[in-house]
Design a protein around this ligand. Sequence first.
Ligand code: A2P
Length: 284
Amino acid sequence: MHRQRKPTLNAYTSTVATSAEGAQAFPIPDNVFAETVTKVRHYTDRLFRFRTTRPASFRFRSGEFVMIGLPNAERPVFRAYSVASPAWDDELEFFSIKVPGGPLTEYLQKVKVGDTILMRKKPTGTLVIDALLPGKRLYLLSTGTGVAPFASLIRDPDVYEKFDEVILVQTCREVAELDYARELYEEVVNHEFLGELAAGKLRLYDSATREPHPRQGRVTDLIDSGKLFSDLGVLPFDPATDRAMICGSMAMIKDTKDRLEHFGLVEGANNAPNTFVVERAFVG
Ligand code: A2P
């Protein structure tokens, strides 16, 4: 006989979430946080940012990611999202792509202030300062939403205690997609407390590939041509002083990693710190 799978009573709390677009709301699984959306901002038709309340017990290291979902199904779809806000922030921030027909982002892009976001309780990830050996200059190399973990790191005072220079690099297809990181950069350098720490240390180097821009081209091409280094007025990557984190698509990670390895940098991990670390940006 066919037996229908039903959740056991104790698998769910009695709370029912507020869901996007007035869709049917399902009970919230008891092993996740249910947080409320506090702000939403759309940058382009492909990228948006949202902020949520933060559970009092939720601790994470800058650069880590969590699994995010929506209460729009009995078994919600969860996807990895880097926490873009710093550890000291009362709220959580996320930067997301909108994938037409994407199992999560198709719905997530419609969230409004007051809606509920589900979040699994355990953060994880390799884009953390602890996975790097001490160094002088930190490169944060990203494309698109890959900038999200770095949005957290550049707002972390610890980064400026550990490095003399922090260079945030982002390549996007369109110029408007670079706005999120530009605004963040301005926010940090003008921040009453962070601004002092980041002064003379934080630098932004962005480029666009599909629209005219003063720094046209992929980050990999800018490394190959040497333009990245000459524009910044620094010597090419040096494993003695330089550290790097990479976050982007699989192809971007592979191509950027090849460049770093060419200059003698070595991939590290939480349990084996070295001169660079990588993480795939969320897509889908
Ligand atoms: P391009 O416009 O030449 O494809 P996407 O939105 O597809 O993730 O791309 C974000 C940015 O990353 C785009 O500017 C894109 O450039 C660039 N990009 C895509 N693939 C790579 C790669 N293998 N190495 C470096 N940059 C890449």
